[in-house]
Design a protein around this ligand. Structure first.
Ligand SMILES: [Ca+2]
Length: 479
C-alpha cells in the first residue's frame, strides 16, 4: 500500500472515532419557552372555577405545575430583564419600564440592562453560545404594548440568531378599542371583542410563526422563545372568547377593611384614578375581557404545542410556560400590576420534560423566576455563570416534594422609596420604605386572600423580626 493510502486509512480511523465520540455525547434537548404577558394564575389547571385554559391544562397534565412561583418585580421590563439575565433587579438595576415610570417619578428610567451589565450572558445567549439556534417570536424582552407591537421593542440583539415581530389586526384597529381613557390602550383598562379569526390577531400570528419555526429547526437543537402579547391590555380577542363568559356570572372580589381604607398606603399606590370610579357592571366587563384574552392566548399556545407533538419534537423538548408577573382583577380593589400582594407577585409556571416521572403533578416548593436560567442550563448540561442569582429547580422536577429555597422575593419602586416582600411557605411579609411607610404580614395558610394584616400583632413579633431582617439583607445594594 502506498504511503498516501496509509495516511487516508489512518485519517478515516480517527474520523470514525471522532464521530463515535460525537454520538456518545448527551443529546441536547430543545427548549420551547412559552410566555404570556400579564397573565396571573386564573387558569383552570390552577383551580380557577370559570376560566377555560384547555391547552395549558394539557401541558400541566404532562409537566410539573408550580403552585408557588414568584416574579422578582411585578412589571414588564424589570421582571423580563431579571429572569432573562438570571440576575435580581438590584443587580440589573432595571427597576422601571423605559419612559413609563409613573410610580417612580424621581427615578431615571433606564433604557437597557447592557448599560449597567454590558458583558452579561443572557439565558438565550448561553444556548446560542453552546450550539443552539436561539430564536424569538414576539415579546420576550420589554415591549410597550400595544405601542411597540410589530417592532423589536427593547430587545437584546446578542440573545438571538433570528427574531420575528408579528403585528395583527388588533394593532391596526386600535381606534375601535374601548378604553377607560379614550385613545390610551396600554396603561389602563381597555378591551374589544374583535371581528375576524384567531389567525388575524397578533398572538395568532405569533403561533403561526412559531409553528413554522418548529418545522424549520426540527433537525437541530433550538431555544425557541414564544412571547404572547395577551392577556396584556388592550384585552383584544375574537368575539367567541368573550361569549364564553357572561358578565353576570362573574363574581367580584370582597374587599377587606384595610382594602377599603387603603392601609398601608404604599400597598395600594398602583391604583389608577380612572379605575377608581368604575361601576360593578364595567368591572365585570373588564374581567370578562381579561378572561377572554386568556382563553384566546391559551388556544394560540395550544397550536404551538400541537405542532411540537405532530413533529415528534415533544420527546426531545423541554417546555416552559409562564408569565412575567401576576395581575389584579379588582382583588384588594386593585387592577393590573405593581403591587406586592400575592396576585401581583405570583406567576403560573409549568415545566414539562420529555418522559417526566413527575408529569401531571403539582409542587408547593417555592420557585422564583430568576431560577429559570440555571434550571434550563442545568437540564441541558450547559455550564452557566457563577454570578447567577437563582437556583436550579432540577431537584424539584425530579422529586416535587423537594425544595431548593425557603423564600421568594419581590420588589417594587415607589416615588422616593422601595417596597420589598418575601413569601415563605406560610407567610407573606412586606416592608415599605424599611418600615417607615408601613409593613404587612399575612398568614397565607389561614388567610390566602390577605385580609388581615398581622404585622403589629404581638403574637407574631418573632416572625416579623426574622422576616424583616431577611428583607433588609435582600434590599442591600438597592440602586
Ligand atoms: Ca407584563
Amino acid at each position: 500500500m502506498r504511503a498516501e493510502s496509509w495516511i487516508l486509512l489512518i485519517l478515516c480511523f480517527f474520523l470514525a472515532r471522532g464521530l463515535e465520540g460525537g454520538t456518545a455525547q448527551p443529546a441536547k434537548p430543545n427548549v420551547l419557552f412559552l410566555i404570556a404577558d400579564d397573565l396571573n394564575c386564573a387558569l383552570h389547571c390552577y383551580g380557577h372555577p370559570q376560566v377555560r385554559s384547555p391547552n395549558i391544562d394539557r401541558l400541566a397534565n404532562r409537566g410539573l405545575r408550580f403552585e408557588r412561583a414568584y416574579c422578582q418585580f411585578p412589571l414588564c421590563s424589570p421582571s423580563r430583564t431579571s429572569f432573562l439575565t438570571g440576575r435580581r433587579p438590584n443587580a440589573t438595576r432595571i427597576l422601571s419600564n423605559p419612559g413609563g415610570a409613573r410610580l417612580a417619578t424621581d427615578y431615571k428610567a433606564t433604557p437597557h440592562f447592557r448599560e449597567f451589565i454590558p458583558d452579561t450572558v443572557t439565558l438565550p445567549q448561553l444556548f446560542r453560545k453552546h450550539g443552539y439556534v436561539s430564536v424569538r417570536v414576539g415579546k420576550l424582552y420589554h415591549y410597550g404594548v400595544p405601542g411597540q407591537i410589530g417592532t423589536s421593542g427593547l430587545d437584546d440583539a446578542a440573545s438571538w440568531d433570528y427574531v420575528v415581530n408579528p403585528a395583527g389586526r388588533d394593532k391596526a384597529e386600535e381606534n375601535r378599542i374601548f378604553s377607560l381613557i379614550p385613545g390610551s390602550f396600554g396603561g389602563t383598562l381597555s378591551w374589544m371583542a374583535a371581528d375576524g379569526t384567531d389567525f388575524e390577531q397578533t398572538d395568532g400570528l405569533v403561533a403561526t410563526a412559531a409553528v413554522s419555526l418548529l418545522e424549520e429547526y426540527r433537525g437541530r437543537p433550538f431555544f425557541l422563545a414564544v412571547g404572547n402579547f395577551r392577556p396584556h391590555t388592550p384585552y383584544v380577542a375574537p368575539r367567541k372568547y368573550f361569549d364564553m363568559y357572561a358578565p353576570d356570572s362573574i363574581p367580584l372580589p370582597a374587599l377587606s377593611p384595610d382594602d377599603r381604607q387603603r392601609i398601608p398606603a404604599p400597598a395600594y399606590q398602583s391604583a389608577k384614578k380612572e379605575q377608581e370610579t368604575m361601576s360593578d357592571r364595567l368591572r365585570r366587563e373588564a374581567i370578562q375581557a381579561y378572561w377572554a384574552s386568556i382563553s384566546f392566548m391559551d388556544a394560540q399556545m395550544g397550536r404551538v404545542l400541537e405542532a411540537l407533538e405532530r413533529l415528534g419534537l415533544a420527546e426531545k423538548t423541554i417546555v416552559v410556560m409562564t408569565s412575567d408577573h401576576g395581575y389584579h382583577l379588582y382583588d384588594h380593589g386593585l387592577w393590573q400590576k405593581q403591587s406586592l400582594f400575592e396576585n401581583s407577585a405570583r406567576v403560573p409556571l409549568i415545566i414539562a420534560l420529555p418522559g417526566m416521572r413527575a408529569g401531571g403533578r403539582t409542587t408547593g416548593s417555592l420557585a422564583e423566576m430568576v431560577d429559570l436560567y440555571p434550571t434550563l442550563a442545568d437540564l441541558c448540561g450547559l455550564p452557566y455563570p457563577e454570578y447567577l442569582d437563582g437556583k436550579s429547580l432540577k431537584p424539584v422536577l425530579e422529586d416535587p416534594s423537594r425544595s431548593v429555597k425557603d423564600a421568594a422575593f419581590t420588589q417594587v419602586r415607589r416615588a422616593g422609596f422601595h417596597g420589598f416582600t418575601v413569601r415563605t411557605a406560610r407567610w407573606r411579609y412586606t416592608l415599605w420604605d424599611d418600615g417607615r411607610q408601613g409593613q404587612q404580614l399575612y398568614d397565607m395558610q389561614d388567610d390566602p386572600a390577605e385580609t388581615k394584616n398581622l404585622a403589629t400583632d404581638p403574637r407574631f413579633a418573632g416572625t416579623v423580626s426574622e422576616l424583616k431582617q431577611r428583607l433588609r439583607d435582600y434590599a442591600k445594594n438597592t440602586p
